[in-house]
Design a protein around this ligand. Structure first.
Ligand code: SOE
Length: 388
């Protein structure tokens, strides 16, 4: 087993998820062809960083990412800082010959994401983008059923990612609500996951038409923020929300299927409903991350008197990754998807191939994001061919 020495930039929500995955990997997947070594963690606030370092189990902490990528005892740079930091770090790290893992959305714009892919390709390094939901075993089952033709020709892909954590108008203006840092709002944060899922399961998207809205236009400046929590003074100064609160769009796929997508942070009661349904000529499949161990499956070939959706629990050994975890019927959670994601990254590095999803998938997602933005702005259908 080889070692992949990791340097990680960012230490909050995703930093914690990735650290947990690196730690769990050798214990649950001892057969993995490479093992992550948690060399150094990087962030700007020395005190908070040191706390994260000792809590998450990293050997070392550095406050300057340039210092991190200059180190010759690091093979992989894991970028989970806010989105505006992705491009420069990824390009410089690629130039330094480091493999790359980058959180989604890959960049603030399509042009930037293309530069990142080009830099990684030119440097000949491995690159992966963090579309973690692909790695739920029930999603892998959906992929398998589709690939085996068991739901036939796909007619519909219907997806929603619904949250409600910023519905209070006094919730502060966190970085996810600022265009220059996040690129877009619900669209890039949540819609990006739906687009990736659509590409993974239903195929490439051809044309889109969208609508978008920012319901709360001004919010208090945050005094503290971490992860998805923040505190602000409701009587204090306010700043402008420069991203979408909700973006919805329709799509045509290259294979003739039709898609609908809805990403919002204003769906009261929905903490994080990341769900899709696919209807094919031979059946349907439904997934909801709130019940991530289950896939609902319907086959038109079932005897008429027992037709209906069946609930398949993807927790047993025949399902992807499950022989590594617990005995049959014991479910897994959100954090496990990251362990599976990092397993793919480690195996790809060891096997000298590109991991999947990689920066190419990040760029393809960014094309759809940008086509929808153009559609919203110009109030018309936009073909992805326009962005080539
Ligand atoms: C917050 O909106 C968030 O944590 C996203 O940033 C993630 O990508 C998504 O998985 C869940 O919601």
């Amino acid at each position: 087993m080889g070692n992949v020495r990791v340097g990680m930039v960012g230490y909050k929500f995703m930093g914690k998820a990735h650290s947990n995955a690196y730690r769990a990997l050798p214990m649950f997947f001892p057969q993995a062809k490479a093992k992550p070594v948690m060399k150094a963690i990087c962030g700007r606030n020395a005190e908070a960083l040191e706390q994260a370092r000792s809590q998450f189990g990293w050997e070392d902490a550095v406050t300057d990412w340039r210092e991190l990528i200059a180190r010759d005892d690091i093979d992989l740079i894991d970028i989970n800082a806010p989105s505006d930091a992705h491009k420069e770090i990824a390009i410089e790290a690629a130039k330094a010959g480091k493999h790359l893992f980058c959180e989604k959305p890959l960049a603030l714009s399509l042009a930037d994401s293309r530069e990142m892919l080009a830099a990684a390709e030119e440097a000949g390094v491995k690159h992966m983008v963090g579309f973690s939901y692909r790695f739920a075993p029930a999603v892998k089952l959906a992929k398998k059923l589709i690939e085996e033709g068991r739901i036939g020709r796909i007619y519909h892909f219907r997806a929603t990612f619904l949250q409600d954590w910023i519905m209070d108008p006094e919730f502060p203006l966190v970085w996810r609500l600022q265009k220059e840092i996040a690129g877009s709002g619900s669209h890039g944060d949540l819609g990006a996951h739906l687009i990736d899922m659509a590409r993974y399961l239903a195929g490439e998207i051809k044309d889109v038409v969208g609508v978008s809205e920012t319901f709360i236009k001004e919010r208090p400046i945050p005094q503290t923020m971490t992860g998805l929590s923040a505190k602000g003074d409701k009587d204090g100064p306010k700043g402008e929300v420069t991203v979408d609160d909700a973006t919805l769009f329709l799509a045509r796929f290259e294979n003739g299927a039709l898609g609908s997508f809805e990403a919002t942070r204003f769906a009261a009661g929905h903490r994080s409903t990341n769900a899709f349904e696919i209807n094919g000529s031979l059946g349907s499949i439904k997934f909801d991350f709130e019940r991530m161990n289950e896939l609902q499956v319907y086959f038109t070939s079932d005897a008429e008197d027992v037709q209906g959706f069946r609930r398949v629990l993807a927790t047993d050994a025949p399902h992807a990754y499950m022989d590594a975890w617990w005995p049959a019927g014991h479910p897994i959670g959100y954090e496990h998807t990251f362990t599976h994601e990092m397993l793919e990254l480690m195996e790809a590095i060891a096997e000298d191939r590109q991991p999947v999803p990689n920066f190419y998938d990040g760029v393809k997602c960014q094309e759809v994001l940008e086509a929808v933005e153009r559609s919203v702005e110009e109030r018309r259908w936009v073909s992805l061919a326009e962005l080539q």
